[in-house]
Structures are given as C-alpha cells and as structure tokens.
Design a protein. Structure first.
Lengths: 526, 591
C-alpha cells in the first residue's frame, strides 16, 4: 500500500472534488488548470451512437466540437456517420473529408469518404479514394470489396473480379462471394457464377440467401434436381424464405406435385400477400388440380396486380380455353399477344380459340404465324394439322404432320431424356390413321372426336410447358435488368445504414431486386 | 437489521408478466447512467448488498457516485469528470472482506474504500514527441518566440497527426492569437504530459478463483491499449496494444494462471488477449458496432447495432444469431446461481427487455420507457434482483419470483404457423358461374357481337375525329397559316362565374388580325355579360387574356356546356373551338 501517502485525501467525497486535478506528485506553487483531453468524451459519443440515441449524440458532438474548435476527429467521424444514416450523404462526405484533413494517416476516414462518394453514385472518385486507402492499409478486405463494387458499377468487370478475389483471399466472406457471382452473371458466365456460389455455400453452408441464389442459378441452367436440393436446404434453415418457396414451389409444380406446392405457397402468401408471381403460381396449382374457378380467381388477382404481365394473360387464356369460355380466352390471348407479339404458343392458343369461335380464316392465319415463329415445338404443327383436317385442307394437314414428325425427332435427338407428352403421340397416331385411311366419307365421322382430342392435346401441351416459359424467360427479365440506373437509385435510397457493414446492405437491396425479376422470369410461366 | 427493501414488494404485476415483482420504482431518481456504470456489492461486509451507480449528472457537471441501500439513497460523492465505468473489487486480504469501489474517469481511476475517497491512480503517460518536448522546454526558458513555436508545432502536427500530440499542443494550436500569451505563461511551468482516456473497466481475479479473492483491474484506453493493474501496489502488471479502441471488455480466468480478455472494439471486431499474447488479431468480425457484450460460460454474447444478438465461442466461431424486434440499447447477464440458470437480458428501444436463454426468447418485461442501464444480481438480501435505469432517469427495481421457472427451448422446429392458414382465394359469386355457363353456350355469338361492335366503335371514333377536324372543334388550331392556342377557365362557385380565356399565337412571326371570340350556349340557363369579344391583334408568342362574367339563371342544380369559338371576321367557320363544361352552380343568389 505504498502510494497511500501520496494521494489519500482523508476528507470525504466532496473533498476529493475540491482538490481536483492537481497531479499528486507535483509540488505546485502556481498551478495551472489541467487541460481537458480532446478525446475525453469519445467513449460517450460512441456509446450514444451505437444505441442509436442520435439526438443525445448530436448534442454531445455539438458541444465537443465547440469546445475543441472542430478538431475532435472522433466527434466529426460519428457526426458524419449519423448524417449519412439520416440521408445527408453530401454533408457527410464533407465531414469525412475534414476528418481526413485532420488525420491524413487514418485509412478509416478515406474508406468513409469512399463510401459516401459511392452512395452519391460517384463511383470513379470512390474507387480512386479506395485505392488511396489501400495504400495506407492493404490488409482490409472490405476496402477491396467496396472497390470491387465500384468497378462493377463502372462496368470494369475484370478489375471488379480482381478486387473481389483479393478480398476473398484476405478473408473468405459471403458478401464478396455473392458480388463475384454477380460479376460473372453480368458477363453471362453462368457456369462460373454457379462455381462461385458453390464455393460460397461450401464456406457458409447455412446461409439461406446463398442457397436460394445457387438454387435459382441451377434452375436457370435447367438442372432442376440440384436446384431443388439447394432450395430445399435453404428452406430447412429458413422455412419462410419467400424466394426459395416460390422457386421450390415452381419445381414441384413441374413435377405436378400441386398439393405440396400449395402448402408451401401458404407460407409465402402470409409473407407477401400481394406478390404477382405467387398468385400466378397458386392459380396454376389450382389449374393442375382441376379447380378451375379457384384458378381463375387467383389468376385474375395476379392480373389485377400486374396487368401487363403477359404470362398471366397467357395462363388466363389457357384456363378459359379449358373452361370452354372461348370468347374470354380470345381476349386474354390477344392482350398477351399485344404485349409479346412474337410468341408462337400464344398464336397457337389463339388459333384454337378462334377455331371454336367458328372463325377458321383467322384461325388459319394465327396457325401460320405460330408455325413461322417457332421451329421446335411439335405441338403447333400437330394442332395445325388437326385443324386442317377438320377443315378439309388435306395436303396442308399432311405437310404439318410431317413437320410434326421432324420436330419430334429433332427433340429426341437433342435430348433423349426429353419427356414427350403421351397425349401428343396418341393424337398424332390417330390423325395419322385418319389421314392414311380417311377419304372424304369417313372424315365426316371422325370429325367430331377430333375436335375433342384437339382440345385435350392443346391443354396437355400447355400444362406441361415448364420448358417454354423457361426458355422464354430470358426476354421478360430484360426490361428490369436494362434499367440499372433505377436500381442504383433505389440502392441509394436504401443506403442509410450503420457504417461498417454497408456494402452488404447495398448489395442486398439490389440483389433482392434482381432476384425478384429472375424469379418472375423463371416461375410465372407455368 | 431493518430491511425496508424486503418489506416493500408490492404484488402488482407489470404488464402480464408474472415472473417478476415490482419492488421499487422511482421515476424521479434523475440518473444518467449506463450498464457499465452500475454495480452491486456488499460494501460493508454485513451481508447486505448495495447498489453503486456512477451518475453522469447532466453530462457536463454534477457527476456523482451514488450508493443506494434498499429504496433510499445512502451516500453521494462528487466525481470530477465523466465516469466511464464502475467496478467493485477486493484489493487486499484484510478482514472484514469489504470491497473497494473503482471509478474510471478521464485518465484516472478513483478508488473508494468504505465509500470514502482513498486513492487516485493515473494512467501512465504516453511518450511525448521529442521535438515537441524540446520546443516546450525552450518555451519554459523563454528562449523562443511564440510565433515560431506555433509554426514549429504546426509542422509537428502534420507529421505525427493530431492524436500524437500532447493536449497542451493541441489546445495551443486551437487558440485565437490574442489568448496565446496568457496560455503560455500559465502552462509553461507544468510538466509536459501526453495522456489518454479510459474507455472501459473490468476486474480479473489475481490468483484464486474464490468469490472473495483479490482481483486486478483491467482497463482499456483510447490509445488502443489494455492494462492490467496490480490491486495492491497499483502498478501496471501487463500492457498490450490492440488494433482498435476497446469499448467493452469480457474477462475470465486468473491473472497468475491463465486469463482471457475479449475486447469488443470500435472497428466492429472482437479481439482476444491471453496471458502469452503478443500480437493481437481479430477473433471475430461483427461487421457492425457492438452495443453490449456478456460472457456465458465459454461463449460471448454480443448485442449488435444491426438488431442482432450473436453468440461466439471464445475462439471466434459464430454459434448463433437472433434477430431482435427493435434496436438494442444494452445487454446484461442474468446469472441465477441457485437455479444454475444463465441467460441474457436485452433491453430494446421498443420499451421491452427480452430474456434470451441461448437463442430462445423465454421472457419479456415491458417497461414505460426505454431502458439504458441494467444490472442483475444480489441486492439487499434478495438474490435475483434486476435493477434498471430508463431513459428519463428513473430507477426501477424488480425481483424475480422464487417460484419463477423459465421454459427452455420452448421453440420446436417445425413448419411455420403460416402454413396452417388457409389461402385467401377470392370467392366467386353465382352470377359468375351463370355468366360462365352463358358464355359456354353462346360464345360464338358473343364473340361475333363483340367484334361487330368493336368495328362500329372504331368507325364512330374515326368519324367524329374527322368531323372535329373539319369543323375546327379543337382548342389548338390545325391550320398551318394561323396557329393559335386557346385555353379557358371558369372561376367561381355560382350563380355568377367568371370565364378567363387565354389566346396565344404560336406562329413564329405572323401576327393575326381582326378576329373575335363568340360563344354558343343555352340562353335558358346562362346569361353572358359579353357574348362578342373582338380580338384586334394577336402578336406571336404573347398570351392575351379575355374575360366575361356568366350568370347562371337556373336554380335547379343543372349545368351545361358553353362553346367558345375564335372566328375570323370574314369567315363563318371558327378557327378553333373550346367546349367548356360548366360547373353546377352551388351558390344561392342573394335575395
């Protein structure tokens, strides 16, 4: 207890206060008041800041800055962070620049300047600042990562990849994996993107977002088995993940597992009751279960929410066709054609509707369009053939039947596993016989059965087509993806965020958007 | 001994929470304090635990060290600067075993024994830049001109940055030129020191793990250092530089054997310091700011600014993350020794305190205001007491009922509840079904009828378009020789209105002459003040205004259209026409 003599003040509490800051060891005659330390209140500022008590924090900062003539780095720094969190990005930039002037050797300030510049969409300057920061501190993966995002927006994909790889080299982290995957997606290099996401999933196997993203990518390259596996995993870790539910549900629908899909959609419906693709998919589930009225209800809701989505109109046309409401079907289909004038299946359905509306001339025209626009789908020439047969256009019927055979063979060669609808083959066999045997007298008798088979052929064809929406999925995605500017704007809006992890938040906002569009593309066509 | 505290418990229960008793509530306690500035200890060795709170007062003055006993304030000691943290610890082996209070404040630690000031420890000063020292030495001996001093110091600043300077230099450089002399003469004789600020404080048992063993003080500083102090001699036993400023400390082990200090820092990382550590590397990256940290057995639970509660092993592996419904203000360990129950109390900005056992929410306490400081432990003679300070400065004390049981792991993994909900499929009426049946039966007729009508509609549209073009029934003149734009507005509630008509000649250079405005209206309903307005000239580019009063003659609440026509004096076909739908007259004519 040696220092006792030096500093015990034997009086009670206030006594200690009354002889304040005189350093005990100093025998002072004329004592100078002790100077308050500039950083003495940093801890309190920090504490209020992390508790989000911004009002108290701002008052404290004001006081501190007045006392130190704006020379307190940390107070300025937190002021900048709060400003940015409240949306004053430009002002925050100025504050951080002041910080950096006071202490040019601290890379944190440069990083925050870069961040503010990035939020102001000045990617080029941001990237330059990040380079500066890297000169001071090369070991921070976040700086590399953020710089990579800047490169990405500047369309310097090569440099972006390099930055993300550096970030990953320094520290394996999910965010950089996700961004790297996105760069590959921008380059349309699906396989590399899948590879990156796979590594990310290996690193962090319980992240539902990553698993979902990987699942969606697998769906894009049509390996549904793997896709389903990953989506299933995602749902194990987060049973309410909206995207995963929709994607997994759509795969279930492909396998006609409508009941399971519906139970999953219930969760999604509670989460996003106004989602367009969701109601579209629910509608098609009911359609698959032959509950046509419910199907129409759901599809109409989807259509109400997104009146310009051609896939919903297509589905509505299809369901009404099945319900033998040919006039309504005609309207939905022609609306869809107005939105997507080069989609052959739409013309085919239109032709069928027109046939039933006893307008063979227009029906024939529609068939001609359909055959012209699509060279692979065997159902189109088959339906056309049936139509020709029923309308006594025998030579044309034979021609279409051969075309059907060719397409069928082409399909088999391309993919031996391809499932070909049995009904298609049956109808083909029937019409083949009719054309072989049939002379004009027997045509009379076969006529009516064919009207039926024709319908069934069509219906079954269109129920199956996970394929055609998937292939066509490419185009509707574009309208959303073409407008990166609007995406960016939204990202800036989302930006106010705690300081350290901001890249993630930015990314997520954008990612969700992209994924939403992708999901629509992949799913809504069923 | 009188024990007010135990006699008091009121049976009223807060907000449907049956596990806690309200023991005491003082909304006017006016405390400005945080979790780290509160502690509970048996200060007098009489078995009754007191509550020690370092109060930040107004944040600028009136800082006090307050000791509560039961429901009343027992003593108050003034503190000079803002208190950063308070701990109690045993500094020697004397009997009776009464712990000392340590209050960290600025660059000092004030030690109180028996609630009396006892000792002041000053953090070891940091090295001062040699040139800087040299300059001030010269100043002391008056060998140097003050202006030169300023220039020289400015030079040093750009070299070693602001934080590398002594406070005296920093202040000196801030001064207005007039105050320099006085400042220098006042300070030149005191020794030059560079000091730092304590940011957090904790204790570490020295050589024995007993409850009443001697403990060392552990503190973190603004200069990114962690110190361990000897409890008796107050010398620095160990000092280590870490990469960022520590904010929260979590200490375990024994100093003489093996210890582990986990520091949550301002850069959002957790750093671990052990007995033999020399270079510190982040053990976990939070990617957000920590708001509080507690240790449960071998794991640390960190409350983060992004509304998550995360659990890490001491090695830095993340075990789980829980999303909280609102931002966290502070967290505190609930160690119920008798039940062997350890959980984390998390105060949120939505005026609730959530209790998490592992990752499961087991209890919610609702309060009137946001809680900013919490302490759980033995108070008075009651083992499990929760002390809370809210944003308004009120003090709340709750006691855990002895019968209270928290159900652990109540959450069972299974399908989310939403899966059981029925889908909200829109219902369809009988009418819908009837319509469907009708369409099925007569779709061909419907379709044809529709197509027919559609063609008629298109034809009619085309026809009226042509006729409007022919009779100039549009407000913008289509003739190329006389491009004029007309717009008209009606003002007023009725029965009298005013119509403003604006004409613009949109041609580039040709003025128009000798036109007039005329009106076509139903004379039974309206009376116009002017029904002929001459327009002598329209110069290109300018907008001309004309106006007329309109009286509505009927009180039947009907309205009609008025056509405004711009006509050339020698022609019978209007150049342009505007059709104005008059509003219904709402006013009554003054009788």
């Amino acid at each position: 207890m040696d220092p006792e003599s030096a500093s015990i003040s034997s009086s009670n509490g206030p006594g200690l206060a009354s002889a304040p800051s005189a350093p005990p060891s100093q025998p002072v005659i004329k004592k100078a008041p002790e100077l308050p330390l500039i950083e003495r209140r940093n801890w309190l500022i920090h504490l209020h800041y992390v508790r989000r008590e911004y009002d108290a924090c701002k008052a404290l900062i004001r006081e501190q800055l007045a006392e130190t003539h704006s020379m307190c780095e940390y107070a300025l720094y937190v002021q900048g962070l709060i400003m940015r969190g409240e949306g004053q990005v430009q002002e925050s930039l100025e504050v951080f620049q002041t910080c950096s002037l006071i202490n040019p050797k601290n890379p944190d300030y440069l990083k925050q300047i870069g961040r503010s510049l990035f939020l102001l969409a000045r990617h080029k300057s941001a990237s330059e600042i990040y380079s500066e920061a890297l000169k001071l501190d090369d070991s921070d993966w976040k700086t590399h990562h953020n710089q990579g995002i800047c490169w990405m927006y500047l369309k310097e994909l090569g440099k972006a990849k390099e930055s993300f790889k550096k970030a990953l080299h320094l520290h394996r982290n999910e965010k950089s994996f996700v961004m790297l995957g996105k760069v590959f997606l921008q380059e349309n290099d699906l396989n590399m993107a899948i590879d990156v996401y796979r590594r990310a999933v290996e690193y962090s196997s319980e992240n539902p977002e990553l698993l979902t993203a990987l699942g969606l990518l697998y769906m894009k390259v049509e390996s549904y088995q793997k896709a389903f596996e990953h989506l299933g995993n995602a749902l194990t870790y987060e049973p309410t993940n909206f995207e995963a539910i929709l994607a997994a549900g759509s795969i279930m629908q492909m396998h006609r597992d409508h009941d399971v899909a519906l139970t999953k959609y219930r969760i999604a419906a509670a989460h996003a009751p106004e989602s367009v693709p969701l109601w579209n998919n629910i509608g098609m589930c009911f359609f698959g279960k032959k509950k046509y009225v419910a199907a129409i209800s759901c599809l109409k809701r989807a259509n109400y929410l997104a009146p310009f989505e051609w896939k919903i109109l297509y589905n509505l046309g299809l369901v009404h066709l099945t319900m033998q409401q040919y006039a309504s079907s005609f309207h939905f289909l022609s609306a869809a054609i107005n939105l997507r004038p080069r989609m052959s299946q739409l013309y085919m359905l239109l032709a069928i509707a027109l046939t039933h509306l006893e307008d063979p001339e227009n029906a024939k025209q529609a068939y001609e369009q359909a055959v012209e626009f699509d060279q692979t789908d065997p159902a189109i020439p088959l339906n056309y053939c049936v139509f020709c047969y029923n309308n006594d256009l025998r030579p044309l019927a034979v021609k279409q039947l051969t075309s059907f055979e060719q397409r069928l063979n082409a399909m088999r060669q391309k993919n031996s596993m391809a499932q070909i609808d049995k009904e298609l083959l049956e109808v083909a066999a029937k019409i083949w016989r009719a054309l072989q045997v049939g002379d004009s007298s027997s045509a009379e008798s076969t006529k009516s059965p064919f009207v039926d088979t024709q319908l069934s052929a069509v219906a079954s064809q269109t129920q199956t087509p996970p394929k055609d929406p998937a292939t066509d999925a490419e185009s509707p995605r574009q309208p959303a993806a073409v407008s990166p500017q609007s995406n960016e704007m939204a990202a800036v809006d989302n930006a106010p965020s705690p300081p350290v992890n901001d890249p993630a938040i930015l990314d997520k906002a954008e990612e969700a958007r992209q994924r939403a569009t992708m999901r629509q593309a992949l799913l809504s066509g069923d | 001994m009188e024990d007010k505290f135990r006699d008091k418990p009121q049976k009223s229960q807060s907000d449907g929470d049956s596990k806690w008793l309200d023991a005491h509530s003082d909304p006017l306690a006016a405390l400005y304090s945080f979790t780290q500035c509160m502690t509970l200890a048996d200060l007098h060795g009489d078995g009754e635990h007191k509550l020690v709170i370092a109060d930040l007062g107004t944040g600028a003055y009136n800082m006090k060290l307050k000791v509560y006993k039961g429901t009343s304030l027992m003593s108050e000691n003034t503190i000079i600067d803002l208190p950063t943290g308070v701990v109690t610890f045993l500094m020697d082996t004397d009997e009776p075993r009464t712990p000392a209070i340590a209050v960290a404040s600025g660059s000092y630690i004030y030690i109180y024994k028996n609630i009396r000031p006892y000792f002041k420890f000053t953090l070891p000063p940091l090295p001062v830049n040699a040139t800087e020292k040299d300059i001030w030495d010269q100043v002391r001996e008056d060998k140097i001109d003050i202006k030169t001093v300023k220039e020289l110091l400015d030079g040093i600043r750009s070299e070693v940055t602001e934080s590398g300077l002594t406070t005296r230099t920093q202040r000196f450089l801030m001064l207005a030129p007039g105050d320099v002399e006085e400042f220098v003469s006042q300070h030149k004789h005191s020794p030059l020191k560079r000091q730092t600020v304590i940011t957090c404080l904790d204790t570490l048992r020295k050589s024995m793990a007993d409850d009443d063993a001697v403990s060392c003080l552990v503190l973190g500083s603004e200069n990114r250092e962690i110190y361990v102090l000897d409890p008796e001699a107050f010398t620095v036993l160990s000092m280590l530089q870490i990469p960022s400023v520590p904010v929260f400390l979590s200490v375990s082990g024994l100093f003489d054997v093996e210890f582990r200090i986990i520091a949550a820092c301002r850069d959002g990382n957790l750093y671990t310091v052990k007995r033999d550590t020399t270079v510190v590397k982040p053990s976990a990256e939070l990617n957000t700011q920590p708001v509080g940290m507690v240790r449960i057995n071998k794991n640390v639970v960190v409350g983060c600014m992004d509304q998550t509660l995360r659990c890490y092993t001491t090695k830095g592996k993340k075990l789980w993350t829980v999303q909280t419904p609102a931002p966290i203000t502070t967290i505190e360990l609930m160690d119920h020794q008798r039940h062997g129950f350890k959980a984390v109390l998390v105060a949120l900005t939505n005026c609730q305190v959530h209790l998490y056992k592992d990752k499961y929410l087991v209890n919610v306490i609702t309060t009137d205001s946001v809680i900013t400081g919490m302490k759980f432990g033995r108070y008075g003679r009651e083992d499990s007491t929760l002390i809370m300070i809210n944003k308004g400065g009120g003090l709340l004390i709750k006691i855990l009922k002895r019968t209270a049981q928290f159900e652990e792991g109540a959450m069972v993994a299974g399908p989310p509840p939403a899966q059981a909900l029925k889908l909200n499929v829109p219902k369809k009426t009988k009418l819908f079904v009837d319509q469907t049946m009708r369409e099925r039966e007569s779709s061909v007729v419907m379709h044809r009828m529709f197509q027919h009508d559609l063609y008629r509609l298109r034809l009619n549209t085309a026809k009226s378009y042509v006729s409007s073009l022919e009779s100039s029934l549009n407000p913008i003149s289509s003739s190329l020789s006389e491009p004029v734009k007309l717009s008209a507005q009606v003002q007023g509630m009725g029965p009298s209105f005013r119509m403003n008509i604006q004409l613009t000649n949109t041609s580039k250079s040709t003025p128009s002459r000798n036109w007039f405005l005329s009106f076509q209206y139903s004379e039974a309903i309206y009376k116009l003040e002017k029904y002929y307005i001459p327009v002598s000239i329209l110069l290109p580019g300018l907008t001309y205004s004309f106006e007329t009063r309109i009286e509505c003659l009927t009180d039947k609440g009907i309205s009609d259209q008025i056509k405004v026509m711009l006509i050339k004096e020698d022609s019978t076909i209007p150049v342009i026409t505007a059709v104005i739908s008059m509003p219904v007259s709402e006013g009554q004519e003054l009788a």
